[in-house]
Every structure is written in C-alpha cells, then in structure tokens.
Ligand binder design. Structure first.
Ligand SMILES: Nc1nc2c(ncn2[C@@H]2O[C@H](COP(=O)(O)OP(=O)(O)OP(=O)(O)O)[C@@H](O)[C@H]2O)c(=O)[nH]1
Ligand SMILES: [Mg+2]
Length: 636
C-alpha cells in the first residue's frame, strides 16, 4: 500500500486544523492549551486511509512565532495542503509557509480555499485570484484551488478525493534507503515506557531491531511499533510512526534527535551546501550566523560563502556551514535557514556534501554543480574523486547520500563499467586519483632503481614515505596518504609486483654484475691472500663508486663467491677456505691460539687478524677465553 505524508500550511486561523478534523475525524489539536486558546501551538497528527493508500497528516501551527514548530513538521512531508481563508485571502504566513515548502522542494500540493461559507461568490473569486497570484512561480503554480468549508462540510468529500488523486501520483519516499526517523515527539505511556513519534524518511525497521539515537549515540531496541493507531511488525518510509524504545528514558531524547540503525549514518557539524535566498529576504553575508533547520532538528550555524561575500535576495550561492551542534545529514537533504536576529526566514537549500573537503583548493566549482544535479552516478563519481586515494566503500557511500541502496549499487556498476572508478578490495577509487597515484609510484620506483640498480625493490613503508613527500610537492594534494588504503591500490598497478613487503617494478632490468668486473674483484681480493684491499681501496683500484661496489660485494657474498668479514672487508672464497684449513691444522696440534699466533699463521698484520677473529667469534667458529681463542667443538 502506498504511503504518503501530507502537511498543512497557511496563515493562523485560516482553518488548517478544522479541515484536518473535517477530513479525518481526528482533532489534531491535542494539547489542552491549544483547545483553550483555539490555536495550534505544536504539530498535530492525523491520517486518512483509502483502500490503496494511507496518508499520514502533519498539521502545523500558523502563528508567525511558531515557524520553528512548523519547520519541524514540514521536513518529512511529500505533499502540502495550503489553506487560505476566503474571507482574508493571502496573508503573511500563507506566503512564508509557501516559500518554505518551495525551498524544501515539496513535490506537489493543492490549495483549500476555506471558509467558503463566510463569503459570496464574488469574494470567493477575488480570493482565488489572490491565491493564483501568490503561487505564481512556485511548485503550486498549477495546483488545484478547491473552495471548501470545514464548518459546513462543503466540498470536503471532493477535497478528500482530490488529495487521493494527488497522493497516488506523488513519488514515494525511498524504502530501500537506510532507516532514518527524526523524532518530533517524546512522551511516556503508562505500561509501555518511552514512546517517540516521527515520520520515517527512508528505509524500514522491524520490531526487536537494534537502533541508535543520534547525535547522543544511545543504543536501544524497538520494543513496539504503531502507525495510524495500529500495531505494526514493520514500518516503512512514508509512514507516521510511534515507536516504543527499550531502556531509554524520556529525558534522554528530544525533538531533533534521529533514530537510525547502528553504524550506518554519521554526524557532521561542517557541511557543504547550495543556498537559495528568498526574493523578499535581506541579503546574506559571509560569516553571518543563521538558525539552521534540517528535518526536526534546529541548530545555529555560521555561513562561509564561496566566491562571493554576499548572496543577494533571490540569488543562490555555494557555501560551507559550520554548525554549533552535530547533525545527521546526507547529501540531497534540504534545509531552511533563518536570520539569527531579528528572526526571519532567509531561504534554504540543499546539502551537497555532508563531509566536504576542508581545504579550499580541493573544492572545485564544477564539482559543486555536479553535486547539485540529479545525476546519481555523477554525484557519486565526484564524491569518490574528492576522497582521492583514501577511496570509499559502498557502505560509506550508502550513508553519504540519501538514495536507494539498489540505485547506488547500479550507479557504481555503471561507473566501474565506464572505467571512471576502480575497485581494490572493498574500496572504490576515482580513476584520475588512481592514474596519478600509479604514475607517482612508477616514477618513484624508477628513481629508486636508478640510484640502486642492484636492489630487488622498495619496501612498502619506504614507498609510502616517498609518496607522502612526493605528494606534498604536488599542489593537487590528490595523493594525500590518509591511512593504509593506498596499499590496496598497489595491486591494481599492472606495471608492478608486490612480493611480501617489497614493491618491484616489472620493467626494471635489474643490473647484472658484469663478468669481467666480478672476475677482477675476485682477483684483487685473492691476490694478497690475507691482506686484501679494504672496500674503499678496492673501489679506487677498480675505479668504481664505493657504494656500488658495496652492493656488488653483498650480492657476490650472497652467491657464495666472496665472504663478508664486515662491511669494509671481504675475502675471496679461496682464501677463506684456506684460512679454515689452516685453523683446523693449528687446532689439531694445540688447544689454544693467541692473536699473535693467528697473525703468524695467516702471515698477516694484527689489524687484519683482529677483524678475522671477530668474524670467527661471531660466527661461532672460534670462542674467546681470556686472551686466547679455542676452536668451537663441532659435535665431534
Ligand atoms: N465559518 C467558518 N469558520 C471556520 C472554518 N474553518 C475553521 N473555522 C474557524 O476558524 C477558527 C480557526 O480554525 P483553526 O482550524 O484552528 O485554524 P488553524 O489554521 O488551524 O489555526 P492555527 O493552527 O492556529 O494556525 C476556528 O474558530 C474555526 O472554528 C470554516 O470553514 N468556516
Ligand atoms: Mg491549527
């Protein structure tokens, strides 16, 4: 069954509540004070059920000082019934409510020209003309104007039928989105405990489901559900709902809080928006404080305009708003702003990005225009692009934009298919970010191999440090390394391989040691037996940079062609074996050996002898006991 929410709108005393009662039999003025004073103070609720349709009704107060309450109600409605008293015609709050609905992009509505019983034909016609003039250029420009009387019942059945026709045409809220219900009332009910009411903006929820209240973060469980006076097992977007919450007291909840499922939606106090100023508002300056209204919540914010210092009446502008209190906001949510003082409705707008980049240079006007468009794929593409190589998961995207999850998935598939984004593990990255990452990685690796031609590759952490340094030099900042997600992207680069922790460039031709150089090194090391040239001397002899020689010696040592005594001293394999033979022979005759005896044995200098002994000790071939060395027994 289709579920639609209708809201009333219009000037005080024009008969909004009376019409709701005439249509539904339910008096929306539920407070004692409302009944006594004959005016609506806070939101009232009712419903109409048709065989194929349920319409939840939110009745708002018309008093100019109660706009705040009106705003809490209007945030969740799909269509509006603008009520104008035929004897008074269009009045200030007729215009203000109309303007607010227009800014919130309410999809459709109709106009009830009430109190027809009080006027003659001619006055009724005049009132009609007055209304037509007022709705020009708004979403109600072509809406039906139906003369009615809540008092006499004139045309009430017709009105009811017209509401049905319109409701059947209106686009339903997204049942496939994340469950989100802003609270508009909190009370306790004997025998039940804490009950909240609200309009479900998206998704659905079942009894016994875990929920979280934001911004407080309190966890709870759905103990009971009601909609339009009936107990429900599950409720959906587009329904007015009463929810009984487990283990939470009334004091912990308030209007403006949002009930949602755990871990899906986040909080933000810094949003990127497009603001629309009303024609008859005063201008809005950079840094101006405003009252900010989103669904049932209200907070104060400071407007940071882009590109200009002031938005003029009737104009639009992009801005950031820094909010005093965190809110639950998604891209595409619509809001209203009012002047801080004196209180006056300034305009409203749409949230483009609830988690925008903070650096000015990362904000491109063309991106803002895309985020303002209705093209879901392009909006997601821009958002993913803005995340650079931090990337974004599907889970995060679902919580970012107010859209059906299946639509988001389809849009992502389209972007993947078109090569606009790439997927690595569960993260999506924009292909521009990927390309620039890829070319940085390749450049850095090429530079690395140039300096270290004999090395296998670069450890990931070192690559990360180089990338961070490299991206600082680039003004685009596309390569900011927020966390480890960039590592996921490495595997998407065909030109490289990651082996364990080492990143290698496939095309890097690892330099082979030239045979004649190898031969020469071994010859030089061999020549003077146990007094071979030290590394620096050898480098001079071979006319080769010492560092490069160092790399070659390490490789030759790994291949077993030379033996590394320490970083600056190598022995040829031949001579090393000769040394071991000599030692064996020595120890077959004696138990202990002094440094001097060793020096004589090898026919070398004391300097060399000590370096060899240190090597032999640390390799547990010999063991030092006081001033002498013993041979380590090898299990014989
Ligand atoms: N004669 C006549 N009186 C009406 C009609 N509809 C409402 N009234 C009277 O107008 C007064 C205001 O009606 P409400 O329904 O409270 O008006 P409202 O628009 O809800 O007012 P607020 O909620 O305070 O903005 C009441 O005294 C109603 O009895 C009508 O069709 N004809
Ligand atoms: Mg009322």
């Amino acid at each position: 069954m289709k579920k639609v929410i209708l809201g009333t709108a219009g000037h005080i005393d024009h008969g909004k509540s009376s019409l709701v009662k005439a249509l539904t039999g339910i008096d929306p003025d539920r407070l004692k004070e409302e009944k006594e004073r004959g005016i609506t103070l806070d939101l009232g609720f009712a419903y109409i059920t048709y065989p194929d349709l349920v319409i939840g009704i939110v009745d708002v107060p018309g008093h100019e000082r109660l706009i705040k309450n009106m705003l809490a109600g209007v945030g969740g409605i799909d269509m509006v019934m603008l009520v104008v008293a035929a004897d008074e015609g269009v009045m200030p709050q007729t215009r203000e409510h109309l303007a607010i609905c227009n800014l919130l992009k309410i999809k459709s509505g109709l106009i009830a020209l009430n109190k027809a019983d009080l006027v003659d034909e001619e006055t009724l016609e005049l009132a009609k003309e007055d209304v037509k003039e007022a709705v020009k250029g708004t979403f109600l420009e072509y809406a039906e104007i139906i003369p009615v009387s809540a008092k006499s019942g004139f045309n009430i059945e017709l009105l009811k039928e017209k509401i049905r026709e319109l409701a059947l045409k209106v686009e339903e809220k997204s049942k496939g989105g994340i469950f989100r219900m802003p609270i508009d009332r909190v009370f306790t009910l004997k025998g039940f405990g804490t009950v909240i009411t609200g309009t479900v903006l998206s998704g659905s929820i079942r009894i016994d489901s875990p929920v979280v209240i934001l911004p407080t973060g309190l966890n709870s469980k759905v103990r009971g559900l009601q909609s339009h006076g009936q107990t429900q097992k599950e409720v959906f977007a587009g329904q007015r709902v009463g929810m009984n919450l487990q283990g939470i007291s009334k004091e912990d909840l308030k209007r403006g809080d949002v009930v949602t499922v755990p871990n899906k939606l986040g909080l933000t106090d810094y949003i990127e928006v497009k603001i629309n100023l009303l024609n008859d508002a005063t201008s809005l300056r950079h840094n101006a404080p405003v009252h900010f209204y989103l669904t049932t919540s209200e907070t104060v914010g400071k407007v940071k305009l882009f590109e200009k210092n002031e938005i003029m009446p009737g104009e639009t502008g992009f801005a950031h708003i820094k909010l005093q209190q965190p809110i639950v906001a998604m891209a595409k949510d619509r809001f209203i702003i009012r002047r801080f003082s004196p209180l006056e409705t300034l305009g409203g707008g749409v949230i483009l990005d609830p988690q925008p980049p903070r650096r000015k240079r990362e904000i491109l006007i063309e991106h803002l225009h895309v985020l303002d468009s209705d093209n879901l794929s392009e909006c997601l593409e821009v958002k993913i692009k803005r995340r650079g190589i931090k990337g974004m998961t599907l889970y995060e995207l679902e919580g970012w934009i107010n859209a059906d999850l299946s639509e988001i998935k389809k849009a992502i598939d389209r972007l993947l298919g078109a090569g606009k984004i790439v997927k690595a593990e569960n993260h999506f990255f924009h292909s521009d970010a990927f390309q620039s990452f890829k070319s940085s990685v390749i450049t850095l690796l090429e530079e690395f191999y140039q300096k270290n031609p004999l090395k296998e590759g670069l450890p990931k952490e070192e690559l990360g440090a180089l990338l961070a340094f490299h991206s600082k030099k680039q003004s685009a900042g596309a390569l900011r390394l927020f966390d480890d997600s960039w590592k996921k992207l490495l595997e998407k680069i065909n030109e490289i391989v990651v082996e364990g922790n080492v990143v290698k460039l496939k095309s890097a031709k690892k330099e082979e040691i030239k045979p004649e150089i190898e031969k020469k090194i071994i010859q030089e090391l061999d020549k003077k037996e146990f007094q071979p040239p030290f590394r620096n001397e050898l480098a001079t002899l071979l006319n080769m940079p010492e560092e490069k020689l160092g790399d070659i010696l390490k490789i030759l040592a790994k291949q077993g062609k030379v033996v590394r005594i320490n970083d600056s001293l190598y022995l040829s394999k031949n001579n090393y074996e000769k040394m071991l033979e000599l030692l064996k022979k020595f120890y077959s005759q004696k138990n202990e050996m002094t440094v001097s005896e060793f020096r004589t044995l090898l026919n070398t200098s004391r300097k060399y002898a000590i370096e060899y002994l240190e090597y032999l000790d640390s390799n547990r071939i010999t063991i030092r006991v006081g001033d002498v060395r013993k041979m380590v027994a090898r299990g014989q």
